[in-house]
Design a protein around this ligand. Sequence first.
Ligand SMILES: [Fe+2]
Ligand SMILES: [Fe+2]
Length: 160
Amino acid sequence: MAIDKRLQDAINRQINRELWSAYLYLSMASYFDFKELGGFAAWMKEQAEEETAHAERLYDYLIDCGVRATMQDLETPPAEWGSPLEVFKETLKHEKKVTALIDNLMDIARDLDDKKTVAMLEWFVKEQEEEEESVEKVIKKIKNAGDDITRLDNELGERK
Ligand SMILES: [Fe+2]
Ligand SMILES: [Fe+2]
């Protein structure tokens, strides 16, 4: 099955963005681990793994289409934040950016009337909704926890 070059390039770019998301979340995990917030760190590591899985899903899709993924540069992610709340606010901002990228991919696929790619991207649209929701939940929990972040740290460590 062939794929339009414009869409192939855009999916390649998305693979890079998903891997960069993993890179960003690993950076956040190491910020938390260093502060001995192992639960927050575990949550971020799990998130990083999910992002790598997203990249692999797109990678497999390109192979399905008879083309291949090509790896590109990953820029250095941020490394310092003022508080756990700040980290999760940035996470939400980042996920919203990714949602916009997925929407843009969807627009290209629809423009080209590429139904197979549209169907593949539906999964990502749903996934983005879930990701934004789960990050919003953590933000709420951090706000409710106030100074007692230890209990929330234990709770987040149970993710999976
Ligand atoms: Fe993702
Ligand atoms: Fe994500």
